[in-house]
Design a binder for this molecule. Structure first.
Ligand code: NAI
Length: 458
Protein backbone atom coordinates (compact mmCIF):
# COMPACT_ATOMS: atom_id res chain seq x y z
CA UNK A 1 0.00 0.00 0.00
CA UNK A 2 2.90 2.38 0.72
CA UNK A 3 3.73 4.79 -2.07
CA UNK A 4 7.22 3.48 -2.93
CA UNK A 5 7.52 5.80 -5.93
CA UNK A 6 7.19 8.80 -3.61
CA UNK A 7 10.01 7.47 -1.41
CA UNK A 8 12.12 6.78 -4.50
CA UNK A 9 11.74 10.31 -5.91
CA UNK A 10 12.84 11.69 -2.55
CA UNK A 11 16.35 10.23 -3.14
CA UNK A 12 19.01 11.88 -5.35
CA UNK A 13 19.17 9.00 -7.89
CA UNK A 14 15.37 8.86 -7.90
CA UNK A 15 15.10 12.56 -8.65
CA UNK A 16 17.72 12.32 -11.40
CA UNK A 17 16.16 9.30 -13.09
CA UNK A 18 12.55 10.51 -12.95
CA UNK A 19 13.59 13.95 -14.27
CA UNK A 20 15.46 12.32 -17.20
CA UNK A 21 12.45 10.17 -18.03
CA UNK A 22 9.98 13.05 -17.65
CA UNK A 23 8.07 11.20 -14.93
CA UNK A 24 6.06 12.92 -12.15
CA UNK A 25 8.16 14.19 -9.26
CA UNK A 26 5.90 14.34 -6.22
CA UNK A 27 7.21 16.31 -3.26
CA UNK A 28 6.80 14.82 0.22
CA UNK A 29 4.11 16.96 1.84
CA UNK A 30 4.56 18.60 5.25
CA UNK A 31 1.63 17.64 7.43
CA UNK A 32 0.52 18.84 10.85
CA UNK A 33 2.23 17.39 13.90
CA UNK A 34 2.04 18.57 17.51
CA UNK A 35 5.76 19.41 17.27
CA UNK A 36 5.41 21.36 14.00
CA UNK A 37 1.90 22.79 13.98
CA UNK A 38 2.63 25.78 11.71
CA UNK A 39 4.09 26.43 8.28
CA UNK A 40 7.80 27.07 8.31
CA UNK A 41 8.39 30.65 7.16
CA UNK A 42 6.61 33.97 6.89
CA UNK A 43 3.39 35.11 5.30
CA UNK A 44 3.34 37.65 2.50
CA UNK A 45 0.15 39.71 2.39
CA UNK A 46 -0.44 41.27 -1.04
CA UNK A 47 -3.31 43.28 -2.49
CA UNK A 48 -4.61 43.62 -6.05
CA UNK A 49 -7.38 45.90 -7.28
CA UNK A 50 -6.93 48.69 -4.80
CA UNK A 51 -7.52 48.88 -1.09
CA UNK A 52 -9.82 46.20 0.23
CA UNK A 53 -12.71 46.63 2.61
CA UNK A 54 -11.52 43.62 4.60
CA UNK A 55 -9.95 44.03 8.00
CA UNK A 56 -7.49 41.28 7.22
CA UNK A 57 -4.30 42.23 9.06
CA UNK A 58 -5.41 41.25 12.61
CA UNK A 59 -6.76 37.92 11.37
CA UNK A 60 -3.54 37.10 9.48
CA UNK A 61 -1.53 38.15 12.53
CA UNK A 62 -3.36 35.56 14.61
CA UNK A 63 -2.22 32.74 12.28
CA UNK A 64 1.07 33.03 14.15
CA UNK A 65 3.11 33.47 10.96
CA UNK A 66 5.27 36.60 10.82
CA UNK A 67 3.53 38.78 8.21
CA UNK A 68 4.94 41.12 5.60
CA UNK A 69 2.42 43.40 3.90
CA UNK A 70 2.98 44.81 0.41
CA UNK A 71 0.72 46.74 -1.94
CA UNK A 72 1.02 45.90 -5.66
CA UNK A 73 3.96 47.67 -7.23
CA UNK A 74 5.13 49.16 -3.93
CA UNK A 75 8.29 47.04 -3.90
CA UNK A 76 9.31 47.26 -0.28
CA UNK A 77 7.43 45.51 2.44
CA UNK A 78 6.48 46.52 5.92
CA UNK A 79 6.50 44.03 8.73
CA UNK A 80 3.01 43.87 10.05
CA UNK A 81 1.07 42.75 13.04
CA UNK A 82 2.36 39.12 13.18
CA UNK A 83 5.93 40.19 13.80
CA UNK A 84 4.86 43.14 15.92
CA UNK A 85 2.79 40.79 18.05
CA UNK A 86 5.98 38.99 19.01
CA UNK A 87 6.03 35.98 16.67
CA UNK A 88 9.45 34.67 15.85
CA UNK A 89 11.40 34.70 12.59
CA UNK A 90 12.64 37.44 10.34
CA UNK A 91 9.87 38.19 7.87
CA UNK A 92 12.25 40.11 5.59
CA UNK A 93 14.80 37.36 5.01
CA UNK A 94 13.09 33.94 5.09
CA UNK A 95 11.26 32.49 2.08
CA UNK A 96 7.52 33.04 2.27
CA UNK A 97 5.74 29.89 3.39
CA UNK A 98 2.43 31.47 2.40
CA UNK A 99 1.13 34.24 0.19
CA UNK A 100 -2.31 35.76 0.74
CA UNK A 101 -3.43 37.88 -2.20
CA UNK A 102 -6.44 40.01 -1.42
CA UNK A 103 -8.16 40.44 -4.81
CA UNK A 104 -11.60 41.29 -3.42
CA UNK A 105 -11.29 44.80 -4.88
CA UNK A 106 -10.66 43.58 -8.45
CA UNK A 107 -13.60 44.87 -10.52
CA UNK A 108 -12.26 45.07 -14.10
CA UNK A 109 -9.74 43.53 -16.46
CA UNK A 110 -7.17 46.27 -15.82
CA UNK A 111 -7.26 45.54 -12.10
CA UNK A 112 -6.94 41.82 -12.86
CA UNK A 113 -3.47 42.61 -14.21
CA UNK A 114 -2.51 43.49 -10.65
CA UNK A 115 -3.02 39.82 -9.74
CA UNK A 116 -0.30 38.96 -12.21
CA UNK A 117 1.86 41.89 -11.08
CA UNK A 118 1.59 40.88 -7.42
CA UNK A 119 2.27 37.15 -7.76
CA UNK A 120 4.65 36.97 -10.74
CA UNK A 121 7.71 38.25 -8.83
CA UNK A 122 7.21 36.22 -5.64
CA UNK A 123 6.00 32.78 -6.70
CA UNK A 124 9.44 31.31 -7.33
CA UNK A 125 10.44 32.04 -3.75
CA UNK A 126 7.44 30.37 -2.07
CA UNK A 127 8.77 27.52 0.10
CA UNK A 128 8.05 23.85 -0.72
CA UNK A 129 4.69 22.76 0.76
CA UNK A 130 3.84 26.49 0.85
CA UNK A 131 0.44 28.06 0.36
CA UNK A 132 -1.06 30.57 -2.03
CA UNK A 133 -4.48 31.79 -0.93
CA UNK A 134 -6.32 34.22 -3.18
CA UNK A 135 -9.21 36.13 -1.65
CA UNK A 136 -12.11 37.01 -3.93
CA UNK A 137 -15.47 38.73 -3.57
CA UNK A 138 -18.89 37.19 -4.24
CA UNK A 139 -19.97 37.68 -7.87
CA UNK A 140 -21.98 40.89 -8.25
CA UNK A 141 -25.22 40.14 -10.13
CA UNK A 142 -25.56 43.85 -11.04
CA UNK A 143 -22.04 44.29 -12.42
CA UNK A 144 -21.04 41.83 -15.13
CA UNK A 145 -17.51 43.26 -15.34
CA UNK A 146 -16.93 42.54 -11.65
CA UNK A 147 -18.54 39.09 -12.04
CA UNK A 148 -16.36 38.32 -15.05
CA UNK A 149 -13.08 39.14 -13.35
CA UNK A 150 -14.04 37.58 -10.03
CA UNK A 151 -14.95 34.38 -11.88
CA UNK A 152 -11.64 34.76 -13.74
CA UNK A 153 -9.91 34.25 -10.40
CA UNK A 154 -11.24 30.67 -10.34
CA UNK A 155 -9.59 29.78 -13.64
CA UNK A 156 -6.47 31.57 -12.48
CA UNK A 157 -6.27 29.68 -9.18
CA UNK A 158 -7.00 26.29 -10.74
CA UNK A 159 -4.38 26.83 -13.42
CA UNK A 160 -1.76 28.06 -10.99
CA UNK A 161 -2.46 25.03 -8.76
CA UNK A 162 -1.64 22.77 -11.68
CA UNK A 163 1.70 24.43 -12.42
CA UNK A 164 3.10 25.55 -9.06
CA UNK A 165 4.60 22.18 -8.01
CA UNK A 166 6.85 21.29 -5.04
CA UNK A 167 3.93 20.36 -2.80
CA UNK A 168 2.57 23.91 -2.87
CA UNK A 169 -1.19 24.50 -2.94
CA UNK A 170 -3.37 27.28 -4.38
CA UNK A 171 -6.93 27.99 -3.23
CA UNK A 172 -9.53 30.74 -3.60
CA UNK A 173 -11.71 31.96 -0.73
CA UNK A 174 -14.72 34.16 -1.50
CA UNK A 175 -15.54 36.26 1.52
CA UNK A 176 -16.97 39.54 2.73
CA UNK A 177 -15.80 39.50 6.34
CA UNK A 178 -12.30 38.60 7.49
CA UNK A 179 -13.20 37.45 11.01
CA UNK A 180 -15.92 35.14 9.69
CA UNK A 181 -13.22 33.51 7.56
CA UNK A 182 -10.61 33.17 10.31
CA UNK A 183 -11.04 29.41 10.82
CA UNK A 184 -10.85 28.91 7.04
CA UNK A 185 -7.73 31.03 6.65
CA UNK A 186 -6.06 29.33 9.60
CA UNK A 187 -6.79 25.95 8.01
CA UNK A 188 -5.57 26.89 4.55
CA UNK A 189 -2.47 28.61 5.96
CA UNK A 190 -1.44 25.57 8.01
CA UNK A 191 0.01 22.11 7.29
CA UNK A 192 -3.48 20.71 7.96
CA UNK A 193 -4.55 21.56 4.40
CA UNK A 194 -1.62 19.74 2.73
CA UNK A 195 -3.81 17.85 0.23
CA UNK A 196 -6.40 20.58 -0.48
CA UNK A 197 -5.63 22.47 -3.66
CA UNK A 198 -7.49 24.12 -6.54
CA UNK A 199 -10.56 24.73 -4.36
CA UNK A 200 -13.01 27.62 -4.32
CA UNK A 201 -14.51 28.06 -0.87
CA UNK A 202 -17.35 30.47 -0.14
CA UNK A 203 -17.50 31.93 3.36
CA UNK A 204 -20.50 33.87 4.68
CA UNK A 205 -20.48 36.97 6.81
CA UNK A 206 -21.34 35.68 10.27
CA UNK A 207 -18.32 36.00 12.58
CA UNK A 208 -18.18 33.67 15.59
CA UNK A 209 -19.73 35.18 18.70
CA UNK A 210 -17.74 34.76 21.86
CA UNK A 211 -14.18 33.57 22.38
CA UNK A 212 -12.82 30.62 20.39
CA UNK A 213 -10.53 27.96 21.82
CA UNK A 214 -8.12 27.42 18.94
CA UNK A 215 -6.23 24.62 20.72
CA UNK A 216 -9.15 22.42 21.85
CA UNK A 217 -12.04 23.81 19.81
CA UNK A 218 -14.32 20.80 20.37
CA UNK A 219 -13.88 20.50 24.11
CA UNK A 220 -17.20 19.63 25.76
CA UNK A 221 -18.71 18.61 22.41
CA UNK A 222 -19.88 15.22 21.21
CA UNK A 223 -19.13 13.99 17.71
CA UNK A 224 -20.52 10.90 16.00
CA UNK A 225 -18.54 9.36 13.11
CA UNK A 226 -20.27 6.73 11.00
CA UNK A 227 -17.93 4.08 9.57
CA UNK A 228 -15.41 5.17 12.22
CA UNK A 229 -13.85 1.74 12.86
CA UNK A 230 -11.22 2.03 10.15
CA UNK A 231 -9.84 4.01 7.19
CA UNK A 232 -10.85 7.62 6.79
CA UNK A 233 -13.51 7.39 9.52
CA UNK A 234 -10.97 6.24 12.13
CA UNK A 235 -8.71 9.16 11.17
CA UNK A 236 -11.64 11.58 11.47
CA UNK A 237 -12.48 10.16 14.91
CA UNK A 238 -8.87 10.58 16.00
CA UNK A 239 -8.61 14.16 14.72
CA UNK A 240 -11.88 15.25 16.34
CA UNK A 241 -10.69 13.68 19.61
CA UNK A 242 -7.41 15.57 19.26
CA UNK A 243 -9.52 18.73 19.00
CA UNK A 244 -11.22 17.86 22.29
CA UNK A 245 -14.44 16.09 21.23
CA UNK A 246 -15.97 13.07 22.91
CA UNK A 247 -16.20 10.79 19.89
CA UNK A 248 -18.79 8.10 19.28
CA UNK A 249 -17.48 5.56 16.76
CA UNK A 250 -20.37 4.01 14.84
CA UNK A 251 -19.86 0.99 12.62
CA UNK A 252 -21.53 -2.26 11.55
CA UNK A 253 -21.79 -5.14 14.09
CA UNK A 254 -19.13 -7.09 12.13
CA UNK A 255 -16.66 -4.28 12.90
CA UNK A 256 -17.51 -4.27 16.60
CA UNK A 257 -13.99 -5.13 17.76
CA UNK A 258 -12.32 -2.43 15.63
CA UNK A 259 -14.93 0.15 16.65
CA UNK A 260 -14.31 -0.55 20.34
CA UNK A 261 -10.54 -0.48 19.87
CA UNK A 262 -10.65 2.93 18.14
CA UNK A 263 -13.10 4.31 20.73
CA UNK A 264 -11.02 3.03 23.65
CA UNK A 265 -7.85 4.60 22.25
CA UNK A 266 -9.59 7.97 21.94
CA UNK A 267 -11.44 7.88 25.25
CA UNK A 268 -14.71 7.80 23.31
CA UNK A 269 -17.47 5.24 22.96
CA UNK A 270 -18.55 2.75 20.31
CA UNK A 271 -21.97 2.16 18.83
CA UNK A 272 -22.44 -0.87 16.59
CA UNK A 273 -25.30 -0.34 14.29
CA UNK A 274 -25.98 -0.75 10.58
CA UNK A 275 -26.61 2.81 9.41
CA UNK A 276 -29.07 1.55 6.80
CA UNK A 277 -31.47 0.35 9.54
CA UNK A 278 -34.77 2.18 9.21
CA UNK A 279 -34.57 3.31 12.84
CA UNK A 280 -30.84 4.22 12.85
CA UNK A 281 -31.57 7.90 13.61
CA UNK A 282 -33.84 7.00 16.52
CA UNK A 283 -31.26 4.59 17.94
CA UNK A 284 -28.52 7.22 17.74
CA UNK A 285 -30.78 9.75 19.46
CA UNK A 286 -31.61 7.21 22.17
CA UNK A 287 -27.91 6.48 22.68
CA UNK A 288 -27.14 10.21 23.03
CA UNK A 289 -30.00 11.63 25.14
CA UNK A 290 -28.12 14.92 25.65
CA UNK A 291 -27.80 15.36 21.89
CA UNK A 292 -24.73 15.77 19.73
CA UNK A 293 -22.79 18.63 18.18
CA UNK A 294 -20.99 17.06 15.24
CA UNK A 295 -22.42 14.44 12.88
CA UNK A 296 -19.98 12.95 10.37
CA UNK A 297 -21.56 10.83 7.63
CA UNK A 298 -18.49 8.88 6.56
CA UNK A 299 -19.71 5.26 6.15
CA UNK A 300 -19.61 4.31 2.50
CA UNK A 301 -19.25 1.32 0.20
CA UNK A 302 -18.43 0.61 -3.43
CA UNK A 303 -19.89 -2.19 -5.59
CA UNK A 304 -18.30 -1.39 -8.95
CA UNK A 305 -19.59 -2.75 -12.27
CA UNK A 306 -20.41 -1.09 -15.55
CA UNK A 307 -24.12 -0.35 -15.73
CA UNK A 308 -24.69 -3.05 -18.35
CA UNK A 309 -23.36 -5.66 -15.92
CA UNK A 310 -24.79 -4.24 -12.71
CA UNK A 311 -27.48 -6.22 -10.91
CA UNK A 312 -30.12 -4.19 -9.07
CA UNK A 313 -28.73 -5.31 -5.70
CA UNK A 314 -25.36 -3.62 -6.39
CA UNK A 315 -27.18 -0.45 -7.27
CA UNK A 316 -29.47 -0.42 -4.26
CA UNK A 317 -26.89 -1.39 -1.62
CA UNK A 318 -24.60 1.49 -2.63
CA UNK A 319 -27.44 4.01 -2.84
CA UNK A 320 -28.75 2.82 0.52
CA UNK A 321 -25.48 3.13 2.49
CA UNK A 322 -24.06 6.19 0.74
CA UNK A 323 -27.17 8.32 0.23
CA UNK A 324 -30.51 7.04 1.58
CA UNK A 325 -29.13 6.40 5.08
CA UNK A 326 -27.50 9.85 5.11
CA UNK A 327 -30.84 11.45 4.23
CA UNK A 328 -32.77 9.31 6.73
CA UNK A 329 -30.51 9.78 9.74
CA UNK A 330 -30.05 13.50 9.05
CA UNK A 331 -33.83 13.99 8.86
CA UNK A 332 -34.47 11.92 11.99
CA UNK A 333 -31.81 13.67 14.08
CA UNK A 334 -32.84 17.16 12.97
CA UNK A 335 -36.52 16.38 13.55
CA UNK A 336 -35.76 15.17 17.09
CA UNK A 337 -33.68 18.29 17.80
CA UNK A 338 -30.80 15.92 18.56
CA UNK A 339 -28.28 18.26 16.93
CA UNK A 340 -27.55 21.11 19.30
CA UNK A 341 -27.46 24.73 18.13
CA UNK A 342 -24.03 25.45 16.67
CA UNK A 343 -23.99 21.86 15.41
CA UNK A 344 -22.14 20.67 12.35
CA UNK A 345 -22.99 18.03 9.78
CA UNK A 346 -20.21 16.91 7.44
CA UNK A 347 -21.09 14.35 4.78
CA UNK A 348 -18.69 12.45 2.56
CA UNK A 349 -19.01 12.89 -1.18
CA UNK A 350 -16.29 11.84 -3.64
CA UNK A 351 -14.67 13.22 -6.75
CA UNK A 352 -16.24 10.21 -8.50
CA UNK A 353 -19.58 11.88 -7.78
CA UNK A 354 -18.43 15.21 -9.17
CA UNK A 355 -16.51 14.04 -12.23
CA UNK A 356 -17.99 10.59 -12.88
CA UNK A 357 -16.04 7.35 -13.08
CA UNK A 358 -16.44 4.31 -15.35
CA UNK A 359 -17.78 1.35 -13.39
CA UNK A 360 -19.23 3.57 -10.69
CA UNK A 361 -22.64 4.74 -11.92
CA UNK A 362 -24.10 3.64 -8.57
CA UNK A 363 -21.35 5.17 -6.47
CA UNK A 364 -21.13 8.35 -8.58
CA UNK A 365 -24.89 8.82 -8.32
CA UNK A 366 -24.83 8.33 -4.54
CA UNK A 367 -21.98 10.77 -3.99
CA UNK A 368 -23.41 13.43 -6.32
CA UNK A 369 -26.61 12.99 -4.31
CA UNK A 370 -24.68 13.85 -1.15
CA UNK A 371 -23.54 17.12 -2.75
CA UNK A 372 -27.13 17.93 -3.71
CA UNK A 373 -28.36 17.19 -0.19
CA UNK A 374 -25.72 19.51 1.27
CA UNK A 375 -26.47 22.41 -1.05
CA UNK A 376 -30.22 22.21 -0.51
CA UNK A 377 -30.31 21.57 3.22
CA UNK A 378 -27.53 23.94 4.31
CA UNK A 379 -29.44 27.25 4.35
CA UNK A 380 -32.54 25.71 5.99
CA UNK A 381 -30.60 23.74 8.61
CA UNK A 382 -28.76 26.90 9.58
CA UNK A 383 -31.90 29.03 9.72
CA UNK A 384 -34.05 26.48 11.56
CA UNK A 385 -31.53 24.60 13.73
CA UNK A 386 -28.35 26.72 13.79
CA UNK A 387 -26.55 23.77 12.19
CA UNK A 388 -24.18 23.95 9.20
CA UNK A 389 -24.10 21.26 6.51
CA UNK A 390 -21.03 20.71 4.33
CA UNK A 391 -19.31 17.89 2.48
CA UNK A 392 -15.80 16.71 1.89
CA UNK A 393 -15.12 15.09 -1.48
CA UNK A 394 -12.02 12.91 -1.22
CA UNK A 395 -9.95 12.05 -4.28
CA UNK A 396 -7.49 9.16 -4.19
CA UNK A 397 -6.85 8.45 -0.52
CA UNK A 398 -4.49 5.69 0.65
CA UNK A 399 -6.86 3.27 2.42
CA UNK A 400 -7.82 -0.39 2.26
CA UNK A 401 -10.43 0.58 -0.34
CA UNK A 402 -7.79 1.97 -2.73
CA UNK A 403 -5.15 -0.64 -1.82
CA UNK A 404 -7.51 -3.21 -3.37
CA UNK A 405 -7.42 -1.41 -6.75
CA UNK A 406 -5.24 -3.22 -9.38
CA UNK A 407 -1.64 -1.91 -9.54
CA UNK A 408 -1.70 0.10 -12.78
CA UNK A 409 -5.08 1.69 -12.15
CA UNK A 410 -3.96 2.47 -8.62
CA UNK A 411 -0.75 4.06 -9.85
CA UNK A 412 -2.67 6.21 -12.36
CA UNK A 413 -5.15 7.27 -9.66
CA UNK A 414 -2.34 8.27 -7.34
CA UNK A 415 -0.44 10.41 -9.83
CA UNK A 416 -3.34 12.10 -11.65
CA UNK A 417 -3.44 15.16 -9.46
CA UNK A 418 -1.41 18.33 -9.09
CA UNK A 419 0.54 16.93 -6.13
CA UNK A 420 1.22 13.64 -8.02
CA UNK A 421 0.45 11.46 -4.99
CA UNK A 422 -2.43 9.99 -3.03
CA UNK A 423 -3.76 11.72 0.04
CA UNK A 424 -3.80 10.21 3.51
CA UNK A 425 -6.90 9.62 5.66
CA UNK A 426 -5.65 12.39 7.94
CA UNK A 427 -5.99 14.90 5.06
CA UNK A 428 -9.73 14.22 4.90
CA UNK A 429 -9.86 14.24 8.69
CA UNK A 430 -8.24 17.68 9.00
CA UNK A 431 -10.63 19.12 6.41
CA UNK A 432 -13.54 17.60 8.32
CA UNK A 433 -12.22 19.08 11.58
CA UNK A 434 -12.08 22.55 9.99
CA UNK A 435 -15.72 22.21 8.84
CA UNK A 436 -16.70 20.89 12.30
CA UNK A 437 -14.94 23.78 14.05
CA UNK A 438 -17.15 26.02 16.22
CA UNK A 439 -15.65 29.05 14.43
CA UNK A 440 -16.65 27.71 10.99
CA UNK A 441 -20.29 28.77 11.26
CA UNK A 442 -19.93 30.97 8.17
CA UNK A 443 -18.91 27.97 6.05
CA UNK A 444 -22.15 26.37 4.93
CA UNK A 445 -23.32 24.40 1.90
CA UNK A 446 -19.76 23.87 0.64
CA UNK A 447 -18.43 20.74 -1.06
CA UNK A 448 -14.68 20.80 -0.57
CA UNK A 449 -12.48 18.38 -2.44
CA UNK A 450 -9.57 16.77 -0.67
CA UNK A 451 -7.94 15.48 -3.79
CA UNK A 452 -4.59 17.20 -4.36
CA UNK A 453 -6.44 18.92 -7.21
CA UNK A 454 -7.32 15.75 -9.06
CA UNK A 455 -7.27 16.02 -12.82
CA UNK A 456 -10.69 14.36 -12.76
CA UNK A 457 -13.17 17.16 -13.08
CA UNK A 458 -11.24 19.83 -11.23
P1 NAI B 1 -13.44 1.85 4.30
O1 NAI B 1 -14.12 0.79 3.54
O2 NAI B 1 -12.03 1.64 4.72
O3 NAI B 1 -14.29 2.22 5.61
C1 NAI B 1 -15.67 2.41 5.57
C2 NAI B 1 -16.26 2.09 6.93
O4 NAI B 1 -17.67 2.26 6.84
C3 NAI B 1 -15.99 0.65 7.36
O5 NAI B 1 -15.54 0.62 8.70
C4 NAI B 1 -17.35 -0.01 7.20
O6 NAI B 1 -17.56 -1.09 8.10
C5 NAI B 1 -18.28 1.16 7.49
N1 NAI B 1 -19.62 0.91 6.95
C6 NAI B 1 -19.93 0.43 5.72
N2 NAI B 1 -21.26 0.24 5.62
C7 NAI B 1 -21.79 0.61 6.81
C8 NAI B 1 -23.11 0.62 7.34
N3 NAI B 1 -24.15 0.20 6.61
N4 NAI B 1 -23.31 1.06 8.61
C9 NAI B 1 -22.25 1.46 9.36
N5 NAI B 1 -20.98 1.46 8.91
C10 NAI B 1 -20.75 1.04 7.67
O7 NAI B 1 -13.61 3.16 3.40
P2 NAI B 1 -12.76 4.52 3.39
O8 NAI B 1 -11.82 4.44 2.25
O9 NAI B 1 -12.24 4.86 4.72
O10 NAI B 1 -13.91 5.57 2.95
C11 NAI B 1 -14.64 6.34 3.87
C12 NAI B 1 -15.58 7.25 3.10
O11 NAI B 1 -14.83 8.05 2.18
C13 NAI B 1 -16.62 6.50 2.27
O12 NAI B 1 -17.84 7.22 2.29
C14 NAI B 1 -16.01 6.51 0.88
O13 NAI B 1 -17.00 6.38 -0.11
C15 NAI B 1 -15.36 7.88 0.87
N6 NAI B 1 -14.30 8.04 -0.12
C16 NAI B 1 -13.13 7.32 -0.03
C17 NAI B 1 -12.14 7.50 -0.98
C18 NAI B 1 -10.82 6.78 -0.92
O14 NAI B 1 -9.97 7.03 -1.78
N7 NAI B 1 -10.58 5.92 0.05
C19 NAI B 1 -12.32 8.43 -2.10
C20 NAI B 1 -13.59 9.13 -2.08
C21 NAI B 1 -14.51 8.93 -1.12
Amino acid sequence: MADRYLSFTATAPGRFLTARLGLPQPAALSRWTAERPALDGHLLHLTAGGPSGLDLAPVLARTGLPTTTETAGAGTGTEAAGAAAGTTGSAGTTRPAAVVLDATGVRDVDALAEVHAALHPVLRSVAPSGRVVVLGAPLDARDHHQAAVQQALEGFVRSLGKEIGRGRTVNLVRLTDASAAESTLRFLLSPKSAYVSGQVIGVGAEAPDGPVDWVLPLIGRTALVTGGARGIGAAVAETLARDGAHVVVLDVPQADEDAHRVAARLGGSALTLDITAADAGERIAAELPDGLDVLIHNAGITRDRRLVNMPAERWSSVLDVNLASVLRTTDALLAKGALRTGGRIVATASIAGLAGNAGQTNYGASKAGVAGLVRSLAPRALAEHGVTVNAVAPGFIETRMTAAVPLFIREAGRRMNSLAQGGLPVDVAETTAWLAHPASGAVNGQVVRVCGQSLLGA
